[in-house]
Write a protein that binds this ligand. Structure first.
Ligand code: FES
Length: 178
């Protein structure tokens, strides 16, 4: 009699144990997936924010920019991709029109992307690659550049200049952020 009841008890316990194990495995699997997905989602979100929003970076005090000639200004742009921080050194051309009025040009020639320089003896920007010449205000004096120098968004807060680094489509007459 005792022996015939044992399998019945076993049968009653097995299904619930199996469900418990199934649920437990599912929960653990779900947590593991979530933990693995966090860096990926973080990278995805920060990447899309970086592309869509960009950010203003402190490029130093306005007082350090002289009012006479265009001046190269350097700043570091920090970017966090998941758990890795990248630092990019940026350089831009800044022209002080007044204490609260600074024009900042991207250092990249709008023709095909070379870096142009300021020539004080001529009062012009000149690109060494194909000879484009630009006035101090960025206007094209001599091609083949198809548009003026690209200005970058700026703001001044507490005497500090902030610049938003952007890139633009090359070789086209319209300024298009890429
Ligand atoms: S890249 Fe500057 S003129 Fe061509």
């Amino acid at each position: 009699m005792e022996n015939s009841e044992e399998p019945k008890i076993q049968e009653q316990h097995d299904p619930s144990r199996r469900s418990f194990l199934k649920i437990g495995t599912g929960v653990i699997g779900g947590f593991a997936t979530l933990i693995l997905a966090v860096p990926f989602l973080d990278a995805l979100v920060s990447q899309s924010l970086r592309i869509k929003i960009g950010k203003f970076v402190n490029a130093g005090p306005v007082s350090s920019i002289s009012g006479n000639n265009p001046q190269k200004v350097f700043f570091d742009e920090r970017d966090r991709d998941a758990y890795i921080e990248e630092v990019e050194r940026r350089d831009v051309w800044a022209i002080k029109n007044g204490e609260k009025d600074i024009t900042v040009f991207s250092p990249i020639c709008p023709h095909l992307g070379c870096r142009y320089t300021w020539h004080p003896e001529r009062d012009e920007f000149i690109c060494p690659c194909h000879g484009s010449v630009f006035a101090k205000d960025g206007k094209v004096l001599h091609g083949p550049a198809p548009r003026p120098l690209d200005t970058l968004p700026t703001k001044i807060e507490n005497g500090e200049l902030y610049v938003k680094w952007e890139r633009f489509k090359l070789g086209v007459p319209k300024k298009i952020v890429v």
